[in-house]
Design a protein around this ligand. Structure first.
Ligand code: UN1
Length: 507
């Protein structure tokens, strides 16, 4: 496993770092087992409270210095981070694939997202624009400026173990913030690898210790971060249950949060769709990353006139899928993250059957040579109605639900008829339908696509969703504004002190 050495990973790793310094801790030992072959890859020591406090102190001190660097100079550091990622793309992509289980193509794609967000952030570092306004008072000038916020806490999930961190850090750093990161306890080695890459770039450029902190561990670390009044902003990616706990704690201290939680994404397949194109979007969306993207396609809402044809195309396509070692490029589908995820997958299939779902492609665990980790499962397809309890729920696994519709209005109601609101798509060549879908009477999701599936969003757009998805936006567009505080400034260069709203006040 050359990639482990190339990334500087040890068999036993400290899990707390402020950059180049790795801090001793008496926290629990996290063991990272690969879902690919079930082998122990390495261990990481969790943060205890003392180590957490040391990192926070460093982060707070670093912020005082970092916020004074001109933003384009901070951008230059992020540019070098992007270069370092280009050099490490292969080993980091392999580690993502081996520790998380997604295909190597997708592991490399995830590192590509990191590189892309760095490029985006470099340009942005010269474009943190505020508006200027016309004052209602003579010889007054009014404008707004954006200042750094402070320490940004990042809680990320196992399914995008490196990219989500970089979407947050690349923006936060050019904005002048410092970051403290809790990676998923299921992918701790990805956290170590990223921290080592950035520490090298920072050390070369004399960036102060504390601009990038790592605090590995379980749920308690998330609680420390959420309750810590030193942290004005928490960006959390993961389950809706986790997001509710984080946002409640953060809101109780009137902090801010960016939440990127569950999705229950659907593609509407209209009678006007290009069905071959739709097939690629639907199958990649449903089985890519073994259905463990928050943007994975969970539901297909298919027009009754093409329902049987499309169902048969899907059944045929599923027969062609090869499931196995994700590092082997001939495989389409890798394992689920762990045996708990397999259990949830099996429970969901069971529930779906009990609730009346009809499986047209059966699921199940794969056994035998190559499947020793016990984490490989068969992507499956069930015919359902949208109101089933299980269909309303996000199961992080390759289970695809088929739902039939008659009118486009009905399809949109079905598409929106779930608690989550992340990604959505319509496959149609009919402009009236697609415009309706994109209108204010259409999809209620943060992402709405036409003739593209639900997953695989580009970093240039703002990423996130509505309802139980949490409302946060990360990555492109003007998502950077969430990482800064806005200040409105009014300057009087006259010889009088006129009051606003024409108020007269004489003394
Ligand atoms: C996630 O699953 O948490 O759109 C993020 C996509 C990726 C990001 C997914 N760019 O599928």
């Amino acid at each position: 496993m050359d990639f482990l050495q190339q990334l500087g990973l040890e068999q036993e790793n400290k899990g707390v770092s402020t950059g180049s310094t790795w801090i001793d801790s008496k926290g629990a030992k996290l063991e990272s087992f690969s879902p690919v072959d079930g082998k122990l890859i390495g261990t990481v020591i969790s943060a205890d409270k003392a180590a957490y406090d040391v990192s926070m102190e460093k982060a707070l001190a670093a912020f005082k210095e970092w916020r004074m660097w001109p933003a384009p100079k901070r951008g230059e550091i992020v540019r070098q981070f992007g270069e370092a990622l280009r050099e490490k793309k292969e080993p980091l992509g392999k580690l993502v694939s081996y520790e998380m289980g997604k295909s190597l193509q997708e592991g490399l794609g995830e590192v590509q997202e990191m590189i892309d967000i760095c490029d985006f952030a470099v340009g942005l570092s010269r474009q943190l624009y505020g508006l200027s306004m016309h004052s209602e008072r003579p010889l007054h000038r009014m404008y707004e400026q954006w200042h750094p916020l402070g320490v940004v806490g990042i809680i990320s999930a196992f399914n995008f173990p490196v990219a989500v961190w970089s979407w947050n850090t690349a923006l936060a750093w050019i904005c002048g913030d410092v970051c403290i990161w809790k990676p998923s306890e299921k992918t701790p080695l990805c956290g170590i690898a990223c921290q080592k890459i950035i520490a090298e770039v920072f050390a070369k450029n004399n960036v102060p210790e504390g601009v990038s902190c790592l605090v590995q561990g379980g749920r308690e670390i998330g609680e420390w971060l959420s309750n810590d009044t030193n942290i004005p902003l928490i960006s959390a990616t993961g389950s809706t249950r986790m997001g509710k706990a984080v946002s409640t704690a953060v809101a109780a201290r009137l902090g801010r949060s960016i939440l990127e939680l569950g999705g229950n994404n659907a593609i509407i397949i209209s009678q006007h769709a290009d069905l071959d194109m739709s097939l690629i979007g639907a199958v990649f969306g449903a089985v890519g990353t073994a259905g463990q993207r928050c943007t994975s396609t969970r539901r297909l809402i298919i027009h009754e006139s093409v329902y049987d044809t499309f169902k048969n195309k899907l059944i045929n396509a599923y027969k062609q899928l090869s499931i196995g070692d994700p590092l082997d490029s001939k495989n389409h589908v890798g394992p689920l993250i762990d045996k708990d995820a397999v259990k949830l997958y099996l429970d969901s299939i069971e529930k779906c059957k009990q609730q009346g779902g009809n499986f047209v492609v059966e699921g199940g665990i794969l056994e035998g040579a190559g499947y020793e980790s016990g984490c490989y499962v068969k992507p499956c397809i069930a015919e359902v109605t949208n109101d089933l309890g299980i269909v309303q729920h996000e199961t992080f696994a390759p289970i695809l639900y088929l739902i039939k519709y008659k009118t486009i209005e009905e399809a949109i109601v079905l598409q929106n008829g779930v608690p989550q609101g992340l990604s959505s798509a319509i496959m149609t060549l009919n402009i009236r339908e697609s415009e309706l879908f994109l209108s204010q009477a259409g999809s209620d999701c943060g992402i709405a696509n036409v003739n593209i599936g639900t997953s695989g969003a580009e970093i240039g757009g703002a990423f996130g969703g509505e309802k139980e998805t949490g409302g946060g936006r990360e990555s492109g567009s003007d998502a950077w504004k969430a990482y800064m505080r806005r200040q409105t400034n009014t300057i009087n260069w006259s010889t009088n002190l006129p009051l606003a709203q024409g108020i007269k006040f004489h003394i």
